[in-house]
Design a protein around this ligand. Structure first.
Ligand SMILES: Cc1ncc(COP(=O)(O)O)c(C=O)c1O
Length: 365
């Protein structure tokens, strides 16, 4: 059987991980501040919080470090929904783990359709008018769709949230991985007091460092300090001290540049292959950054039904229904190009195109 070429995981491939620089940064961190790196650091290792605070224009006290941004999302779910019924407004489709995390916390989910320029602002406004607890958006190179919210929509969304008095959680792990187009302001930059910004070093350095962070509005600093202390006393100081040495040592920007250039090659290879090998009538929005293509297959095709055959053929993906409860999700699939070397993408997509066509023929019989 041909080797597996998996499009499932939104992770960087091994060749994108900066192992040598991490090794050097860990050694530096221990030489410079072994006591700090090996002690509890409530709220996170201060030099790293300072580096992040500077980039976001806030004092370090407003930066809460977490062990991966998903833990920050779990803290948010706990804060907003523990013992309190309420609704979260989010995009349709959206990141599947967020859906799970907030549903487990007891939140009612209200999904607003995503358009080519971001969440549908009109419907978003209507959803906010119904007094939800909080909103959750991934404005830049969204997971799963790859969509980047336009500047106009960002402004409208930020203004609507303020008008209705609803806090927005902005999940932004992909924003720095920009292939083309102008840099757009984050929602947090547009309204720092009404937006909670969540990000992590998973996509810009490595998932294994398990280091993410929340930039909090001032009133949330104390409650979140309590949640984090009650969960783990303090996050992983050694990883954060290593990243502090890495970032203050000038290694961050060059790594983002290197990763982005390689990801762009993979994006280009995937788009060429989709044009050549996917069923006629398939549609997608070309991602201008990030990790994903979100492909809608022609009417009558079923991405969920074809998944077992694709997995058998060594070219798995994630079925669209994981990211949306809407009917159209059956026709959609998420393809991550981040984990597959550009040279293998064409072969993988050609194989997958064949599987999808064959599965459709079988279903039609
Ligand atoms: C939109 C989004 N948020 C959060 C995460 C979680 O990242 P981590 O916990 O590794 O920081 C991911 C990971 O794929 C993601 O795509």
């Amino acid at each position: 059987m041909a080797a597996s070429i998996s499009f499932t995981r939104g992770v960087p491939s091994a060749d994108l991980l900066p192992a040598e620089d991490i090794r050097a940064s860990a050694a530096e961190a221990l030489e410079r501040d072994a006591a700090g790196a090996l002690s509890y650091s409530p709220g996170g290792y201060l030099p790293l919080r300072e580096w992040i605070g500077e980039r976001h224009g806030v004092p370090a006290s407003r930066v809460l470090m977490v062990n991966g941004s998903l833990q920050g999302l779990a803290f948010l779910a706990d804060h907003f929904f523990h013992d309190r019924p309420g609704t979260i407004v989010l995009e349709d489709p959206t990141y599947d783990r967020t859906l799970t995390t907030f549903r487990h916390a007891g939140a009612e989910v209200r999904a607003v359709p995503l358009r080519e320029d971001g969440v549908d602002a009109e419907l978003f406004g209507a959803a906010l008018a119904e007094r939800p607890t909080v909103a959750y958006l991934i404005p830049t190179y969204q997971n799963p769709s790859g969509v980047c919210m336009s500047l106009e929509t960002r402004r409208r969304v930020a203004a609507l949230a303020r008008e209705h008095g609803v806090l927005v959680i902005e999940d932004d792990p992909y924003g720095l991985l920009r292939f083309e187009g102008e840099r757009l302001p984050t929602l947090h930059e547009l309204d720092p007091e009404n937006v909670i910004h969540s990000s992590s070093f998973t996509k810009t350095i490595a998932p294994g460092v398990r280091t993410g962070y929340l930039v909090l509005p001032e009133p949330l600093v104390a409650p979140f300090a309590r949640i984090s202390a009650n969960t783990y006393i303090a996050p992983n100081s050694l990883a954060e001290a290593t990243l502090a040495a890495y970032c203050w040592g000038g290694r961050f920007e060059p790594n983002v540049e290197r990763a982005t250039a390689e990801l762009k090659r993979r994006r280009d290879a995937m788009e060429r292959a989709l044009v050549d090998h996917f069923p006629d009538g398939s549609t997608w929005t070309t991602p201008r950054g990030g990790y994903f293509f979100w492909v809608q297959l022609p009417e009558g095709m079923d991405a969920g039904a074809a998944l077992a055959d694709a997995t058998e053929a060594g070219v798995p993906y994630v079925a669209g229904s994981d990211f949306t409860g809407s009917e159209y999700g059956r026709r959609c699939l998420r393809l991550a190009f981040s984990a597959v070397p550009a040279e293998q993408i064409g072969e993988g997509i050609e194989r997958l195109g064949g599987v999808l066509a064959a599965s459709h023929r079988t279903a039609a019989v």
